[in-house]
Design a binder for this molecule. Structure first.
Ligand code: C2E
Ligand code: MG
Ligand code: MG
Length: 724
């Protein structure tokens, strides 16, 4: 019962391991023996087969795999040893228990030598047989378990190897002396060392000299858990003899380390014995590079590579502190390129950018050591000069800057000329804070601009008033329309031959409540800056047409009235508004001329031409104002629907003496004649000028010599007189 119980247990074990019922072959030539064996084993969960002869046994062994063969050694047709040989040859995993009589005990021993599991001597006791079978099956079940555990171990070892070797990180272990005992394959890809080269080497062969001290904490880490080193950054050296197969951009990689101490687990002691360190090292070179780039970009201007405003302010802040401490001076220099916008608009942004780059290089060439030059806006540069001995030092640098810009800039076949206006503020005289110094240098720069550009100047406290005035003016400008402070004045245009007024130019005035009458030059630039120019121009058009309608009504109108138009208005669908207004006031378009400057075409020539064509189609004529002073006038002349050229006053002013020759005026006159255009000379102040122009062939004249710009009533009176 006991044996049967344990046999059941063994069967279950085998079943659990292989999930198969044990297959047993019973071999005996004595039918009685065979059937008693069969009877004995039948109650158990076995798959039993029987063979009455050696041949029969061999045949069955060939057909099926058995777990166990109970083999009678003495068979009539062959010896049990032969069968054993056959089993060993075909299925060595099959176990054999030999059953032998006394006579063939030798062959039973032979069978044991051939690997039989056990032998029983006939006649055997039932329990003995069952116990032996149980032993075999138990053994097999254990062997099977062992095999499976080994297989699982091998698989998990393989998986682990795969993971470790394919990890994006270097995984390593060191012994207590700091020598590598393990390192995965990644080390070769990242650093160029083979595993074999490193095993047994001290970790210091890999570490950059400057990081050795910090490396000690990582590589000789004895702590475990949260206290162990994590995310420590070290620079590792790459293999020098990398050859062609692996190349690194850098011979150093920045690696982030996590490491822990390793201890032998010893259940008898509370803590194990330290035997080394293991760790994971991640290549963060790319991240480092990206971080460095981001930091760089946050503090530099990408176009010129110069520091940007943020970095400049930072350095200025530090320098101010130093100056305070040492009782020394510094200068902040604001450098703004003159007419850069024009260059940018005419040559395009790509060239504009290139010009800025070249300017930056030239300016950099003028710096002293320790100076910081930054680009803080489109065409604005700012310089910090520390250790200033005297004002003169700043002047010298400013002059160097201006001189360095004098040579033209070249871009392929193109050439550009640019100058700069430079404002200088000194610490501590002109300001005590970062903001104040920059603001005051900026103000000084504006002053230089207003003074005719291309120069330098120091900040002066009176400039504050000017800038306050500008701000106040802008504020007032917004209210001027509501308060009806604008007026239209008209300057007659006179036919030189007859002395009659044939036209008039509408010129805007602002009756400022405090500052009195302001001319357009004093307020229109601000209106253009802040967009107020559009509503102001609409008011101007409306008022002018109202006056013209009134003159028409009275029958005293000059032949033509001209209005000035800023480029912004033309861009914003002015022709259509004009057409509607003309209809509303019942004015013939032929009575109106629009004056534009040549620069109108710079930004977007095609659009300008479209707009001018539209005006022309409506029937309004177009005059080019200040002709000869603008940009590329002749190139566009033929493409424009132009009717009139106005000779700029600067050319007229040059006519000072009886024998003056003005080739430009003569050229403009001949161009107008060639192209069949009307011609008006502006700014004629003297008889001499009027005579010269008449002789040269200019038919119409506008200027103080005849009339200053007049208010509505004054001109109306003159027109009434003329009509009488
Ligand atoms: P502009 O169109 O060239 O007008 C001629 C300017 O020369 C006027 O200046 C006029 O007063 C001045 N002037 C006329 N004869 C003489 C002279 O003999 N000697 C001198 N020294 N100057 C003379 P103003 O009125 O100050 O206008 C300046 C500019 O403002 C105008 O130049 C024109 O471009 C612009 N402007 C005037 N009114 C308007 C307007 O309603 N809208 C726009 N967008 N611009 C206007
Ligand atoms: Mg004009
Ligand atoms: Mg003009």
């Amino acid at each position: 019962m006991n044996a049967a119980h344990s046999l059941n247990f063994a069967a279950a074990l085998v079943g659990e391991a292989s999930e198969a019922i044990p297959r047993i072959l019973l071999v005996d030539d004595e039918p009685r023996m065979l059937s008693s064996l069969h009877e004995l084993l039948k109650p158990f969960n076995f798959k039993l087969s029987t063979a009455g002869s050696g041949k029969d046994a061999i045949e069955q062994l060939e057909l099926e795999k058995f777990d166990l063969v109970l083999l009678d050694m003495r068979l009539p047709d062959m010896s049990g040893l032969d069968i054993m040989s056959a089993i060993n040859a075909r299925t060595p995993e099959t176990d054999v228990v030999v059953i032998s009589g006394n006579t063939d005990i030798d062959s039973a021993i032979g069978a044991l030598k051939r690997g039989a599991f056990d032998y029983l001597r006939k006649p055997y006791a039932r329990e003995e047989l069952l116990k032996t079978v149980d032993n075999v099956l138990k053994q097999r079940s254990l062997a099977e378990r062992h095999r499976q555990v080994t297989m699982r171990l091998e698989n998990s070892e393989k998986n682990y190897r795969y993971l470790v070797d394919n990890s994006p990180d270097i995984i390593y272990a060191l012994d207590e002396e700091g020598k590598f005992t393990f390192v995965n394959n990644r080390v070769q890809q990242l650093l160029g060392y083979t595993r074999e080269e490193l095993i047994g080497q001290h970790y210091s062969v890999l570490v950059h000299e400057e990081d050795i001290d910090r490396a000690r904490y990582v590589f000789q880490e004895r702590r475990v858990g949260e206290r162990a080193s994590s995310n420590v950054e070290l620079r590792l050296k790459c293999h020098k003899a990398l050859g062609g197969s692996i190349t690194f951009e850098n011979s150093l990689l920045t690696i982030s380390f996590n490491s822990m101490g390793m201890y032998l687990s010893d259940t008898r002691k509370s803590s194990g014995e330290y035997f080394g360190t293991y760790g994971v090292a991640r290549d963060i070179t790319e991240r480092k590079r990206a971080e460095a780039l981001i930091t760089y970009q946050a503090y530099h201007d990408i176009l010129t590579d110069l520091p940007n405003r943020a970095l400049f302010k930072d350095r200025l802040g530090l320098s101010i502190i130093q100056c305070k401490r040492n009782d020394s001076k510094l200068a902040v220099m604001f450098i703004d390129l003159d007419r850069f916008k024009l260059v940018n608009d005419t040559m395009g942004h790509v060239m504009g950018d290139e010009l800025l780059r070249q300017v930056a290089i030239r300016l950099k060439g003028c710096l002293r050591r320790g100076d910081t030059l930054a680009r803080i806006g489109g065409d604005e540069f700012i310089l910090l000069m520390t250790d200033l001995k005297e004002k003169q030092d700043a002047i010298e640098v400013a002059e160097k800057f201006l001189k360095s810009l004098q040579q033209p800039f070249h871009f392929g076949s193109n050439e550009a000329q640019i100058s700069a206006s430079i404002g200088i503020a000194l610490y501590p005289d002109d300001g005590a804070s970062i903001e104040e110094l920059i603001r005051h240098a900026d103000l000084a720069m504006y002053h230089v601009k207003a003074q005719g550009k291309n120069g330098h100047g120091f900040y002066d406290s009176s400039m504050i008033d000017a800038s306050h005035q500008k701000l106040a003016l802008e504020k007032d400008l917004r209210k001027a329309l509501e308060r009806s402070e604008f007026e239209m004045h008209y300057q007659p245009q006179v036919d030189i031959a007859t002395g009659r007024i044939t036209g008039a130019e509408a010129l805007m005035r602002w009756q400022h409540p405090v500052r009195g009458m302001l001319t357009p030059g004093e307020f229109l630039p601000y209106a253009e800056e802040n967009g107020l120019i559009v509503p102001i121009s609409e008011w101007m058009l409306e008022t002018t047409l109202k006056h013209l309608a009134a003159w028409n009504e009275a029958g005293i109108s000059p032949t033509r009235l001209s209005i000035n138009l800023s480029p912004q208005c033309l861009e914003r669908g002015f022709p259509k508004k004009l057409q509607e207004a003309l209809l509303r006031h019942d004015i013939s378009p032929s009575q109106l001329e629009v004056e534009i400057t040549e620069n109108i075409c710079i930004r977007n020539p095609n659009q300008a031409i479209d707009q001018l064509n539209m005006l022309s189609r409506i029937g309004v004529s177009v005059a080019i104002d200040d002709f000869g002073t603008g940009y590329s006038s002749l190139a566009y002349l033929q493409r424009f629907p132009v009717h009139t050229l106005k000779i700029d006053q600067s050319f007229v002013k040059e006519i000072l003496f009886e024998n003056t020759r003005s080739p430009i005026i003569l050229a403009i006159i001949s161009i107008a004649k060639e192209l069949g255009l009307n011609l008006i000379a502006e700014g004629v102040e003297t008889e001499l000028q009027a005579d010269y122009l008449e002789k040269a062939g200019c038919p119409t004249i506008q200027g103080y010599y005849y009339h200053r710009p007049l208010g509505l009533d004054a001109l109306t009176r003159i027109l009434v007189q003329q009509a009488a």
